[in-house]
Design a protein. Sequence first.
Length: 516
Amino acid sequence: MFTRRQILTTAAATPLVGAPAIAKAQSWFAGYPFALGVTSGDPAPDGFVIWTKLAPKPFEPHGGMPMVPLPVKWEVAGDDRFKIIVASGEATARPELGHSVHVEVAGLQPDRPYWYRFSLGSDQSARGRARTLPLASASPAALKFGVAGCQNYEDGLFTAFRHLAREEDIAFVYHYGDFIYEYKQRGPDYDKDSLPVDQVRHHIGQDCFDVGDYRLRYAQYLSDYDLQAARAQHTWFPTFDDHEVENNWVGDFDWKDVPAEVFRLRRQAGLQVWYEYMPVRAAMLPRNGIITNAYREARFGDLLSIDFLDTRSFRSDQPCDDGFKPYCPGIGDSKAQVISAEEESWLLRNLARKQTSWNCIAQQVMMMSLDRRRYDDEKEKIYNLDSWAGYDVPRDRLLARMRGLTNVVVLTGDEHQNFAGLLESQGKPVAVEFVSTSISSGGDGSDLRKGSDVMLKNNPELKFVNDQRGYLVCEITPDAWTTHFRVVDQVSVAGGSISTRASMTVARGEPSLQIA
Ligand code: FE
Ligand code: CA
């Protein structure tokens, strides 16, 4: 977290990534306006979005900004010393959007790194690195990318983000959401002797409800330099899950039965601030309180198509009041939906195109319908009703369309555990699902959570479980998809070390998993 002294001295400090700052006489502000860092996202073959947000005093109202629009200069270079400037311009940071800056840079070369930075008056931002995608007509021999999300600030340090920042040759990172958690500061946890134990860090403020609350929460998360490092070093495909608004919200429904028209106001605030802080295109600006274009696609030549889903905004309410519960008739509701009808037709169209070696569905909640019992004395099967397991009809409909494709890989978050397993339609495997753990949510964890052996025994399609923090690195060639489960040994204290807990390979043409 920033101290006042850090904020005052950041302006003169070496940038987070790259070349030393050019010494300038005077700042416009009492504090450094680029204290929340920079990032890039939603890459295309000819460009990407570059992002920053002016906040000289990140924890003060409006980040300490005057409520006027301000011009921010930006530069994109072909080299990390900014000798070859390939694009530059000026963007307006508006008070309506919390003085965030989203520049959609175009006209660049495919499949190569670029560097970017911003300036305002005499202040210059840290340097970020971004990468374009290859042309859709290209035939890349290989691709490596990251998968991360679920970063509860109170549960642990963001050490995994620093390790992710250092991963080499990462083309992009998919973020499956829970970028923030909306809760107020939690009380203590209790150890095995029922003694109180403090959280690793504390949220500032109460539960988030309005734009100011969410802005402060993102500012607090971005005061973490491990997160800033990963944001500056990589190019992201951000998506949101529940905690960007409220635990387990779907559609117009909030779990506390707040009237839909009232909940929509909170959802609008959460989604506006998510947009403000994410390196996404203007098409994803919330309109009438909802982001209609959060689901979207990307191509990595003829190697990979990715469809990023929005499994929250258009979902029907969780059956049986949500939770981990035995089967109830609502699970079989024939009108239930996880994604909208438009999103589903778009997804099915994309899956059927067969233009790439691999089809990836990058989404939020687990698609495997696992029996979640963890104790032998539990009589009835238990389902996670906030996942696809609570929505049998749309789930079966989607899996049926994967029959015969033999190249579908589903990437998921939300669970705060690593899982790998097979997705089945009518008893036959049709795809592989990798569920990525969390950056910090859930705390240190251990190799196996109590009862994981029962889960593995009860679910033959489930091949791997692990309860440590970390992220995924996926390495793809036309013939094989390998997922590395990267885990940190601890997040409760600084300096946690990274290792690969498991590497699992899928051969194209055969939805099965080999443990390397
Ligand atoms: Fe989470
Ligand atoms: Ca979640």
